[in-house]
Design a protein around this ligand. Structure first.
Ligand SMILES: [Zn+2]
Ligand SMILES: [Zn+2]
Length: 366
């Protein structure tokens, strides 16, 4: 079948809307009509600097939609099911999958088509790669069943889209990785979709102070809605000093860098107390090189930097949980989506995101 997609013909160029061909679902594949596709900053970073997927490539890794067709081996989904996608596609059988760690599945290739099979997506006879095994900037997506989780009928799918990366990454960093506990102090640098979700996750987990840091007053206001107890405007104050002041000179147990800048990663490291952990959540560009004094910056203060991948989310557990908390009125998920746009407006949408003007834009019309 034909569908419409905003593809990246070559890395370093703008997204272009094209009519592409989708193969029929085979094996455990599912065809989904997309109702929401979020603009995550990582797609722009990858489209600009390159990624392991060869061009032409279809970016986008936050999708939600309705199942329209399934392959013969699909066990858990039916046409009409409302689903949220997540790039943590996993085989479901390897030792990591059965140990509850699908995000580090070692046999992802089992969920993909082999080189002897026709590509799922093509444009003018040429295969189009599926970035992050999601390829969401399109009217339809064709993916393995294990890319999706069924969500409640009451969950609006434009909101569901942002759960697939922004929410599971931010909330999962606080809840699954840091395992924030009652009484811990936390700082979150950057209050976009990921950072706001980290603020919320820390708040839900019982943090004593949840200190939100940003340079945009509108985003700091939003952080209050997600449960921040303190707001630090880094455009007018030194955020490291402010965080120290707010924690009696000690620093926070956990700091989350959700921007993807090395200066912010440095701030996160300096905000944590002795023995604290700075989590690197935002996608850093490939030229982000930071020099650390291993004696003064790491060993003496016993501080650690730790990378976060997708909030270490078991997304088939976490997304329905967060959806239920939204439906209970305990998670202001609707405030994460600040603009709903057409597929053709994707480049303008990213320009606004780069300006720091919006929390999250979601493509809702094609
Ligand atoms: Zn696996
Ligand atoms: Zn993302």
């Amino acid at each position: 079948m034909k569908t419409k997609a905003a593809i990246t013909e070559e890395y370093g160029t703008a997204f272009v809307v094209r009519g592409i061909d989708l193969d029929d679902p085979i094996g455990a594949e599912v065809l989904v009509e997309v109702q929401g596709s979020g603009l995550c900053h990582s797609d722009l970073t990858a489209a600009t600097f390159g990624s392991p997927w060869p061009a032409p490539v279809l970016m986008g890794h936050e999708v939600a939609g309705v199942v329209v067709d399934v392959g013969p081996q699909v066990m858990g989904l039916r046409p009409g099911d409302r689903v949220v996608g997540c790039e943590v596609v996993h085989c479901g059988r390897c030792v990591d999958c059965v140990s509850g760690k699908p995000w580090r599945c070692t046999r992802v290739e089992e969920t993909l088509r082999g080189p002897d099979q026709p590509p799922r997506l093509s444009y003018e006879g040429k295969a189009v790669a599926q970035f992050s095994e999601v390829a969401g900037f399109a009217r339809h997506v064709l993916l393995h069943e294990n890319t999706f989780v069924k969500v409640p009928d009451e969950l609006p799918l434009d909101l569901g889209a942002v759960m697939g990366c922004g929410v599971v990454t931010g909330a999962g960093a606080a809840i699954n990785l840091a395992e924030v506990r009652v009484g811990d102090n936390v700082a979150v640098i950057g209050c976009g979709g990921v950072g706001l979700s980290a603020v919320w996750g820390a708040r839900m987990a019982g943090a004593r102070r949840v200190i939100a840091v940003d340079v945009a007053p509108a985003k700091l206001d939003l952080a209050s809605d997600f449960g921040a107890t303190d707001l630090v405007d880094a455009s007018s104050t030194d955020p490291i000093e402010e965080v120290r002041k707010l924690t009696g000179g000690v620093g926070v147990e956990y700091a989350f860098e959700c921007v993807g800048r090395k200066d912010c990663a440095w701030q996160a490291l300096k905000m944590v107390r002795e023995t604290g952990l700075a989590y690197i959540v935002g996608m850093q560009p490939p030229d982000s090189v930071m020099e650390l004094n291993m004696f003064w910056d790491v060993m003496i203060p016993k501080r650690s930097l730790r990378a976060v991948y997708m909030g270490h989310s078991t997304f088939k557990r976490d997304i329905p949980l967060y959806a239920e908390m939204y439906l209970q009125g305990r998670f202001p998920l609707d405030k994460l989506v600040s603009a709903r746009i057409n597929l053709a407006e994707i480049n303008e949408g990213y320009a606004k995101l780069a300006d720091g003007a919006v929390a999250r834009s979601v493509i809702t019309s094609f």
